[in-house]
Write a protein that binds this ligand. Structure first.
Ligand SMILES: NC(=O)c1ccc[n+]([C@@H]2O[C@H](COP(=O)([O-])OP(=O)(O)OC[C@H]3O[C@@H](n4cnc5c(N)ncnc54)[C@H](OP(=O)(O)O)[C@@H]3O)[C@@H](O)[C@H]2O)c1
Length: 292
């Protein structure tokens, strides 16, 4: 059996890089990024898809600058809202499966128990609004798709909270981190591996539409940014680490341009039941990242 042809959009992002690594043995992979594909230009998207003729398209690219999106809402909407719609239309024309990633930031954070897929989105900022437009465009195109909504992504590469805290902990004695936002820190590698397992099952099914839909994909358990930072600092080797105190502060004490949900824990029961998976606890994944 020939491995499927996969077009991966976003080859050097946190999730995209891990997908390249994880999918390498199970696919004929074409991985593209800007300038091979420009998500602000529908023609560039169509051209990239038609050149690759994939059986699966995975979109790991996005405009992810949550605060900057407040001053560039149109650009965020083009990349996060319109481009996924073009990819979904092209996928449908080819009879291909589209895998797309979305975010917990489409929710307003008013709940106090895990968000399920049928909860009503109500994004608080421009980034969340642009990502929600992407979810809707993928669904409206009417082709086979898996949309995975992620939460608080981190990993050993790219730009993320864990790497920022590690850098600051080497420079400062005290870190001040917000403790009134709760979410699920989720390792980029776990996302890639879960995607691969879900893809395997979907491809094996005669009818992809049986799996088509939106799924929440995040580590189990929950913590605040403060709890996450404290765990990161504790796991860092003492040599080179200056920080000894991680102080808890409120969101009001650390103002940022974009409003974030106070609570964005994702209930991943649908994904676990559908694909027969068990998502690891955030602390277990974090410890693994630090193992040498
Ligand atoms: N990071 C999080 O905490 C988080 C949380 C929930 C959901 N998500 C979602 O998860 C997915 C993956 O996120 P990530 O953290 O892996 O993102 P990331 O590290 O910021 O990577 C984004 C990728 O998109 C590419 N890209 C941006 N603009 C482009 C354009 N106009 N044309 C082509 N490529 C473009 C970037 O390329 P360049 O580097 O060349 O710009 C980069 O490779 C995204 O859908 C994101 O919305 C992320």
């Amino acid at each position: 059996m020939e491995p499927p042809r996969i077009l991966l959009v976003g080859r050097i992002g946190q999730v995209g890089w891990e997908l390249r690594r994880t999918l390498a043995p199970m696919a004929r992979l074409t991985a593209v990024d800007f300038p091979q594909i420009d998500l602000t230009k529908p023609d560039s998207i169509r051209q990239a898809v038609r050149a690759a003729r994939p059986r699966i398209i995975i979109n790991a690219a996005a405009y992810t600058a949550v605060d900057k999106a407040e001053s560039e809402p149109d650009l965020a909407l083009q990349i996060n809202g319109r481009a996924p719609g073009v990819l979904a239309e092209e996928a449908k024309k080819l009879g291909a499966l589209l895998v797309h990633y979305s975010t917990d930031y489409i929710f307003d954070g008013a709940k106090r128990e895990g968000y399920v897929e049928t909860d009503k989105p109500n994004p608080a900022g421009a980034y969340g609004r642009s990502k929600l437009a992407g979810d809707e465009a993928v669904q409206a195109a009417g082709g086979a798709h898996l949309v995975f909504r992620l939460c608080w992504v981190y990993g050993a590469r790219g730009q993320n909270f864990m790497l920022t805290m590690m850098r600051l902990a080497r420079e400062r004695e005290t870190l001040r981190v917000v403790n009134d936002q709760t979410g699920c820190p989720t390792w980029s590698r776990m996302i890639a591996e879960t995607t691969a397992l879900a893809l395997k099952l979907t491809l094996a099914a005669r009818d992809w539409n049986a799996f088509t839909g939106v799924y929440h994909l995040a580590a189990s358990g929950a913590t605040s940014w403060h709890g996450f930072a404290q765990a990161i600092v504790e796991l860092m080797p003492p040599e080179g680490r200056k920080c000894s105190v991680v102080e808890a502060i409120s969101t009001a004490e650390y103002p940022l341009p974009a409003k974030r949900p106070a609570y964005s824990v994702l209930d991943c029961g649908k994904l676990e039941r559908t694909f027969g998976l068990r998502l690891p606890h955030w602390k277990d994944s974090l410890e693994q990242v630090f193992e040498k």
